[in-house]
Design a protein around this ligand. Structure first.
Ligand code: GTP
Length: 169
């Protein structure tokens, strides 16, 4: 039997880490080298099959620029799952990702399932060691993925893995 489940997912992370690019790759299989910064937030619905269920993902893609930070609580409120994204070539973006984890835990839904996502895996200039990131994720109780929105590597896995891990109440 089929039932329609609906989950709200939110993407958080520093500006230019590739949040919009991950969403466009996942939902439309598109990618642009000149992806413009998001203003405020953008929203898209995407249906996926998980086991027997048709699942409607309501994906909220927030703006990473600091001037939009104060808006974020409006968008992560009620989210069942979050992708907290950093750029594997930027240590600063990894530190920001950890701040987002804290903010979501303490000011958002403490039960939200979080996937930590190291994006831009196609770049050669890797600065964030996979073991460091993986260890942090394990200790903090997060799912962990590395992706490239550019090549598509790991992108399906993050969204589907996160959706699959959500409680189906
Ligand atoms: P904000 O909207 O400001 O928060 O940025 P964002 O996190 O949504 O980043 P966005 O998707 O706009 O991407 C920023 C830039 O990084 C764009 O020029 C993208 O083309 C590029 N980019 C995104 N993902 C990847 C990737 O996997 N690899 C590489 N090499 N570049 C990427």
């Amino acid at each position: 039997t089929q039932s329609l489940l609906q989950f709200k997912l939110v993407l958080l992370g520093d500006s230019a880490v590739g949040k919009t690019s991950l969403v466009l790759r996942f939902c439309k299989d598109q990618y642009s080298e000149q992806q413009e910064p998001t203003i405020g937030c953008s929203f898209i619905n995407h249906n996926v099959e998980i086991g027997e269920n048709e699942v409607k993902l309501q994906i909220w893609d927030t703006a990473g620029q600091e001037r939009f930070h104060s808006l974020a609580p409006m968008y992560y409120r009620g989210a069942k799952g979050a992708l907290i994204v950093y750029d594997i070539s930027s240590l600063e973006s990894f530190e920001k990702a950890k701040d987002w984890v804290k903010e979501l835990r303490y000011q958002g839904n403490p039960k939200a399932k979080i996937a930590l996502v190291g994006n831009k895996l196609d770049l050669n200039s890797k600065k964030v060691d996979i073991e460091v990131a993986q260890n942090y994720a394990t200790k903090a109780g997060l799912l962990f993925y590395e992706t490239s929105a550019k090549t598509g590597m790991g992108v399906q896995e993050v969204f589907l893995g996160l959706a699959q891990s959500l409680p189906k109440e």
